[in-house]
Design a protein around this ligand. Structure first.
Ligand code: ZN
Ligand code: FE
Length: 258
């Protein structure tokens, strides 16, 4: 009998100043996967508190704030990362590429290349648990800064993520949402969904509640980086009818100097 994927537990762990690591646990099999390892201590503490042992570590990209804890945590776990980034990641037990599907915690996990923030950045999508782990590609009301990729690459990556089922929960790598929200309002000050979401975010952050994960449908309605081809957004930035790549590049550049 297939196990009930709804029983998977997902835990978001604050690390460093504003990073998140994520644990996915299958209580039927006892398997536990970690997405990114900004630092070992808080992750190990969470594992100890729950009596969980890591079976997989899924790496999204090579930046230190996503891999520094891998060495201390990897014992016995399978370390997975992008083939394209293997030369600058901790030693991989499994190298994966766009379109690959692997089994993690007893469920199918799809690998998506979401280059832009870096070249070789990947995201992991678990359809059976309605979750995608996007790190510094798609973020709550934002997207990662373009350190290596072009605006066109990031826009292509975000379109892939936007095409996932609308109820997918997006687990991004940082708590940047409050500042992303301020920026989003400068782009679309009249977006009613955005205004009401910002109100909620502000209330959540005032009491320290994480804003990660967020629902993909909410991102589509409010995240300016997912809306470069949206007529309302294009009108708001005086680029009605423009090429979406150009609108995206404009919005990304505006955020860089915000
Ligand atoms: Zn990064
Ligand atoms: Fe990061």
């Amino acid at each position: 009998m297939p196990e009930n994927a709804q029983t998977h537990q997902i835990v978001v762990i604050p690390c460093l100043s504003d990073n998140y690591a994520v644990l996915i646990h299958n209580p039927d099999s006892g398997q536990t996967a970690l997405v990114d390892a900004p630092e070992a201590a808080p992750i190990q503490a969470e594992l100890d508190a729950r009596g969980w042992t890591l079976t997989d570590i899924l790496i999204t990209h090579h930046h230190d704030d996503h891999i520094d804890g891998v060495a201390a945590l990897r014992s016995g776990a399978r370390v997975v990362g992008a083939t394209a980034d293997a030369h600058r990641l901790p030693a991989l037990d499994l190298a994966v590429s766009d379109g690959d599907t692997i089994e993690v915690c007893g469920v199918i996990t799809e690998v998506l290349d979401v280059s832009g923030h870096t070249l070789g950045h990947i995201a992991y999508h678990m359809p059976e648990v309605s979750a995608a782990f996007t790190a510094d590609s798609l973020m709550a009301m934002g997207c990662g800064r373009l350190f290596e990729g072009t605006p066109d690459q990031m826009w292509t990556s975000l379109q892939k993520l936007r095409a996932l089922p609308q109820d997918t929960m997006i687990y991004s790598g940082h708590e940047y949402t409050a500042s992303n929200a301020k920026f989003a309002l400068t782009i679309e000050p009249d977006n009613a969904a955005l205004i009401s979401r910002v109100r909620q975010i502000t209330a959540d952050r005032a009491v320290g509640t994480p804003t990660v994960p967020s629902k993909l449908s909410d991102e589509i309605a409010t995240n300016p980086f997912l809306r470069a081809d949206n007529p309302e957004l294009q009108k708001a930035v005086n680029m009605a009818g423009a090429n979406a790549n150009d609108v995206f590049a404009y919005v990304r550049k505006a955020k860089d100097t915000f």
